[in-house]
Design a protein around this ligand. Structure first.
Ligand SMILES: Cc1cc2nc3c(=O)[nH]c(=O)nc-3n(C[C@H](O)[C@H](O)[C@H](O)COP(=O)(O)O)c2cc1C
Length: 194
C-alpha cells in the first residue's frame, strides 16, 4: 500500500497525534507498506485559504481560466490528485474546539474536488475513491472521543465516506490533558490490534 500521511497539529515537539501516527507508521511499514507522501499541514505552503480566484477557477473550464485562476487552482489540483492516488491514509487529527484543526479543514476543502475525488451524478454526488483504507488518530485534551460533543469522529467519517472511503479505523488518544499516559496507552493498544 502506498500511504499518504497527513499531520495536522501545529506543534512538532510533544504532539500526541504525531507520536501515535509515528507508531502506526512504523507498524504499517514493518508489514511492507510505504509512506509515499507526507503533508504537514501547518507547514505546507499549498494549504492556504485561497480567495475568489480559486473559487471561480474551480467552476471555470481550464481553457477559459484567467492566469490568476490557473495559479490559484494549481495547488488544490496537486493536493487532490495526490490524495486520490494514495491507497491508504494516516490522518493525525488533534481536536480543536470539538472539531478538526483549521489546517485540516482547509486541506479538506482543497482535496474535495468534483471530477477528482467525487462526481455529481443526476441522483446525487458519488465518491470516486474506492478500495482505500484510512487510519485516523484523534488526540483530545478533555473531550471523550465518541461523546456527543466529539465532532471530529462523525465529521471525518462522513467526509471520508463522501469521497468513497468507508474502511476507516479510528485510534483515540483522548483525555490526554487529564491522563496523558492512559490516553497514549489506550491508543497504542488499538494500534497493536491493527
Ligand atoms: C486551540 C485549541 C483547542 C482545543 N480544543 C480542544 C477541545 O475542544 N477538546 C479537547 O478535548 N481538547 C482540546 N484541545 C486540546 C488538544 O486536543 C490536545 O492538546 C491534543 O493533544 C492536541 O493534539 P497534539 O498533541 O497532536 O497537538 C485544544 C487545544 C488547542 C490548542
Amino acid at each position: 500500500m502506498n500511504i499518504l500521511r497527513i499531520d495536522s497539529s501545529p506543534r512538532r515537539d510533544g504532539s500526541v497525534s504525531r507520536q501515535l501516527a509515528d507508531v502506526l507508521q512504523q507498524k504499517l511499514e514493518a508489514s511492507g507498506n510505504k509512506i509515499t507522501n507526507h503533508r504537514d499541514l501547518y507547514y505546507d505552503e499549498l494549504i492556504t485559504l485561497g480567495n475568489e480566484d480559486r473559487y471561480n477557477g474551480y467552476f471555470t473550464p481550464p481553457e477559459m481560466q484567467t492566469d490568476a485562476q490557473i495559479a490559484a487552482v494549481a495547488g488544490s489540483n496537486e493536493l487532490a490528485i495526490e490524495f486520490a492516488n494514495a491507497d491508504a491514509y494516516i490522518i493525525a487529527a488533534p481536536m480543536y474546539n470539538f472539531s478538526v484543526t483549521a489546517a485540516l479543514k482547509t486541506y479538506i476543502d482543497l482535496i474535495s474536488r468534483a471530477g477528482i475525488s467525487f462526481n455529481y451524478l443526476p441522483e446525487g454526488p458519488i465518491g470516486l475513491l474506492k478500495n482505500k483504507k484510512a487510519y485516523v488518530v484523534i488526540a483530545t485534551g478533555g473531550t471523550p472521543v465518541g461523546s456527543e460533543v466529539d465532532f471530529v469522529t462523525p465529521y471525518l467519517k462522513t467526509f471520508l465516506g463522501f469521497l468513497g472511503i468507508t474502511d476507516v479505523t479510528f485510534i483515540a488518544a483522548d483525555l490526554v490533558n487529564v491522563n496523558l499516559e492512559e490516553g497514549i496507552a489506550k491508543a497504542n493498544d488499538t494500534i497493536s490490534k491493527i
